[in-house]
Design a protein around this ligand. Structure first.
Ligand code: UD1
Length: 443
């Protein structure tokens, strides 16, 4: 076995908005696992003094509702944040600036060795930017910036997330990539190969870890999506249904675009119930635009059939935003998912559920190439056509390279090794969880 000793390392991880939590949880778990392994291995050694990783979790408060944040901490067994910045909502500029001001104070107080930022939300960019310019001493020393989910590109700069992705990557020191397109994009933008690590997808680490636990969710019963077995016995069965999420400003802030999209869902909603957990932004727009959907939260209200009797909008079941395990359970059992989210394209790929993405592009091409995703655009006809095609598709299980549940272990291995190379002159102690040759594909 190969051993390395790293001096004490302090890692600070930033989370802020809903899609960050499932990406960060496996990293925190991998640190715990690393420390546990280190302590167990050191128990038999003559000099049992070992340096475990110290970890600080910072929540910016970009998302703050229990439904958008709190419930994810319990579902994903995340520790309570050590520091909460309590920033809340605001314009992009106000929110980003507020996070930056408060995060600078945290950095100066904590002086971590590494700052880990995940994904592409405003909190990601704000904290990476602050870290890139901080200086702890007259030598200008600052933490290493590690970006998890680096290199994804939609090539659409009107998306705030695309701007966040590009800028975060360009100020980061370590670029942890989820799919091969990310390596290529970073190389095209001039990133040097020694910064890039193709580790896989920590969001998929969470999915694989919690897939079984999600089966205990009672959301299908709550939404009346379970058909009881008849008197003659047999098992209860899940009603055929589709799952919908929409929250991108470009889709829901413009009445015409939003209307095009929901009209594209009309045929689907007469065929089977469409469960629609509604993001706060989308909820506001539905009210503002006077769009009326069935509000009962129960599939038993679904009157539709293939001929389309009844009001199709009754076939859309609105719910509040759901927790991680409830949503995972709903994804697993859906016949089809329609979404404008990035992460859901990846999760449906691993679950083998056909996915229709209502956007003009994706920054996650592997979900189309080897997954179950199709890009439908936002026009009524193209959405309707994509839904028909995807409903006829067999469920299949594409597994992109390195989406194997070990991404976070690779990240921690890499951080420990880099820290060791920087700080230690002695041989020693840390067994690598993952062969380093797996970390990056050949350029
Ligand atoms: C943010 C991310 C987006 C991610 C999404 C997931 C950016 C630029 N965007 O978008 O990439 O896909 O999170 O949800 O960072 N609100 C609440 N409760 C909350 C949080 C927000 O009611 O806990 C409301 C606020 O009124 C706010 C609106 O939702 O104005 C939007 O929240 P915001 O954080 O600005 O962006 P998201 O659209 O959620």
């Amino acid at each position: 076995m190969q051993w390395f000793e790293a001096g004490a390392m302090k890692i600070l991880t930033v989370v802020g908005a809903r899609p960050n939590f499932m990406k960060a949880a496996p990293i925190i778990a991998a640190i715990k696992e690393h420390n546990g392994r280190l302590l167990a291995d050191s128990a038999d050694r003559p000099e049992p003094q070992v340096e475990t990783i110290r970890h600080i979790l910072v929540h910016t408060g970009q998302h703050y509702d229990d439904l958008m944040s709190g419930s994810f901490f319990s579902d994903l067994s995340l520790p309570k944040p050590d520091i909460h910045l309590g920033v809340g909502s605001g314009s992009h500029a106000a929110q980003t600036a507020e996070i930056m001001k408060k995060f600078e104070e945290v950095l100066l107080g904590e002086k971590p060795d590494v700052v880990v930022v995940v994904g592409d939300v405003n909190s990601t960019l704000a904290c990476a930017l602050v870290t890139s310019k901080i200086s702890f001493d007259s030598d200008g020393s600052r933490p290493v910036i590690a970006h998890v989910e680096a290199g994804l590109r939609s090539f659409d700069r009107s998306m705030p997330e695309e701007v966040n992705r590009i800028l975060t990557d360009h100020v980061s020191d370590l670029l942890f990539v989820t799919e091969e397109s990310g390596v290529q994009n970073l190389r095209n933008e001039g990133a040097s190969l020694d910064k890039i690590y193709f580790v896989g997808n920590t969001m998929i680490d969470s999915l694989l870890n919690f897939k079984e636990k999600a089966e205990a969710s009672t959301i299908l019963e709550k939404l009346a999506l379970v058909r009881q077995a008849g008197k003659n016995g047999g098992a209860n069965s899940v009603t055929r249904y589709a799952l919908l999420t929409l929250h991108r400003p470009s889709n829901v802030d413009n009445r015409d675009v939003f209307l095009n999209i929901i009209t594209g869902l009309e045929e689907l909603a007469t065929d089977c119930p469409v469960v629609f957990p509604v993001h706060p932004r989308t909820r506001r727009r539905i009210r503002e635009f006077g769009f009326e959907f069935g509000l009962g939260g129960s599939a038993s209200k679904h009157k539709g059939n293939a001929q389309g009797s009844g009001n199709w909008r009754d076939g859309i079941i609105l719910t509040d935003p759901l927790g991680y395990l409830d949503f995972l359970c709903l994804m697993k059992h859906a016949s089809l998912v329609v979404t404008d989210s990035g992460g859901i394209q990846e999760e449906t790929t691993i679950l083998g559920i056909p996915c229709v993405t209502v956007r003009e592009n994706t920054e996650r091409p592997v979900t189309v190439e080897s997954g179950t995703n199709t890009i439908a655009g936002t026009k009524t006809d193209t959405i309707r056509g994509a839904i028909r095609r995807q409903l006829g598709r067999k469920r299949e299980n594409g597994v992109p390279k390195n989406w194997d549940g070990r991404a976070a272990a690779r990240i921690i291995d890499t951080l420990v090794r880099r820290h060791y190379e920087k700080t230690s002159s002695r041989p020693a102690l840390i067994p690598h969880a993952v062969p380093l040759e797996d970390r990056c594909p050949s350029p």
